[in-house]
Design a protein around this ligand. Structure first.
Ligand SMILES: [Zn+2]
Ligand SMILES: [Zn+2]
Length: 463
């Protein structure tokens, strides 16, 4: 996930209203009775979870540091996947690997009851780490084509995997306390928005795994350790990654009159795109269009044949998405026509990763939050929080099944750093994807606890 950016306060207010409007039941005599308020799981169970997390902390911290020091970019997470598979097998999960290339699914059946799926993503970012921490990643990653890239867990997926393994172990140890099926799984390639779809395309739902009644995911955010965002409704924007290629006519840099310059076309398009959000999209709607890369040519004195723009979109409504795509096409064609490009060589648009908005299930949130409040403290569970323009592909795995899901943000910044940043007028001390992003070690047990309490809220045997 990336870019905790624009805050949509209006949307968050609408969400707050949506929470309040959970329907009240009407009794036979016509009087209204409020729907039973979901209660927390027994505090004795939360105490046991706390103790098990503490007992597991040094193991989890070692796993976290190991994964952090060995980051793997999208679809190359073989080492990380092996760690997940080994740990899950050791504690009795039935494990299947290599789903969507590196995905791992572990199943723990424990009697009748609902089936819960819990996801961690495994991939890292191409960022050069600048934290200076003793467990910082220092090596580059060599890709299949022989090239080398900087690589770092700058989005906290190393913590996600660690938290997942903590959850799995505690649930295996507390089998007598719950009934149902727990499926934990590690997903590849979240950062490129392709991993969830890759698992689905690799027959995730045709392999005979128990189908989810509920799904969960958790993500780091640079809020203070001990605080989480567990809020209903629209949480994250939908996103698309697309490549636009302008086809020109290459030639010598000294004779532009004999060419059609794709670099100039690409430059014109980049500037014209800026008016899509500012002039075409309803100002009340949120949208982002960013060009993250321009790829064209090599030599100073050669006009290349093609120029490619790597574009990223963010949106909340499918209509806004369609409008942005339409305007991109119109601008591309307009620029090409103005440059006298022939009909046969019009610009192309290649759609790559895509994901819809992430929308937490209202009822599931009201079910898990009471327990999370007992576990973390009343004021540590934020159930109203602005949605962000950052995106996820977690929900894409469950699209065809309509599974209600909860996606929780877990604070990973040292609280004193967070307080200082706020005092200086900054929303967070640092940001995901930055070279200085880090997960405070104190967040390791917190995440394991949050995951477990959330799952127990659904699976625990109730007196
Ligand atoms: Zn990310
Ligand atoms: Zn992420």
């Amino acid at each position: 996930m990336n870019n905790f950016g624009v805050r949509k306060f209006i949307l968050s207010q609408i969400l707050a209203l949506a929470v309040l409007s959970v329907p009240a039941a009407i009794l036979a005599d016509g009087t209204a009775a409020s729907t039973p308020v979901p209660t927390a799981i027994p505090s004795a169970l939360i105490d046991r979870i706390n103790r098990l997390v503490e007992a597991d902390n040094s193991r989890l911290t070692a796993i976290f540091k190991d994964i952090h020091q060995h980051p793997e970019i999208a679809f190359t997470e073989r080492r990380t996947a092996a760690i997940v598979a080994r740990n899950l097998k050791e504690i009795g999960f039935k494990v299947t690997g290599e789903i969507g290339r590196t995905g791992v699914v572990g199943v723990l059946e424990n009697g009748p009851g609902p089936t819960v799926w819990f996801r961690a993503d495994m991939d890292s970012n191409s960022v050069r780490e600048a934290t200076g921490l003793p467990w910082a990643a220092t090596a580059k990653q060599r890709l299949a084509d022989g090239s080398e890239i900087d690589v770092m867990h700058a989005c906290g997926h190393d913590a996600h995997v660690t938290w997942l393994l903590g959850l799995a172990k505690i649930m295996a140890e507390l089998k007598s306390e719950w009934s149902g099926t727990l499926v934990v799984y590690a997903q590849p390639a979240e950062e490129v928005g392709l991993g969830a779809q890759a698992m689905v395309d690799d027959k995730l739902w045709q392999r005979g795994f128990p189908k989810p009644d509920y799904a969960f995911g958790a993500h780091t955010f640079p809020g203070p350790v001990g605080t989480i965002v567990s809020a209903p409704g629209v949480r994250m924007a939908g996103t698309d990654q697309l490549d636009i290629t302008f086809n020109g006519v290459g030639g010598h840099g000294s004779t532009p009159q004999m060419t059609i310059d794709p670099v100039v076309m690409a430059a014109q398009a980049v500037l014209s795109y800026q008016t899509i959000v500012s002039r075409n999209i309803d100002p009340q709607a949120a949208a982002v269009l960013s060009v993250g890369s321009i790829v064209a040519g090599r030599d100073n004195n050669v006009i290349p044949e093609t120029a490619t723009l790597k574009v990223n979109l963010r949106w909340f409504s499918p209509e806004v998405r369609a409008q942005m795509l339409r305007r991109i096409d119109e601008i591309n064609d307009g620029v090409a026509i103005a440059a006298a490009v022939s009909k046969a060589r019009m610009p192309t648009r290649l759609m790559k990763g895509t994901a819809g908005p992430l929308v937490n299930d209202n009822l599931l949130m009201t079910r898990i939050n009471p327990s999370l409040r007992v576990a973390l403290g009343k004021d540590k569970v934020l159930d109203e929080f602005p949605s962000v323009m950052g995106s996820e592909d977690f929900q894409e795995a469950f699209q065809s099944l309509n599974t209600p899901y909860a996606f929780i943000l877990i604070g990973v910044a040292p609280p004193e750093m967070y307080t200082k940043a706020r005092a200086a007028g900054r929303p967070f001390p640092y940001a995901n994807h930055n070279p200085d992003f880090f997960v405070d070690l104190a967040a390791i047990p917190v995440g394991a606890k949050v995951n477990t309490v959330a799952v127990m809220s659904v699976l625990a045997k109730r007196p």
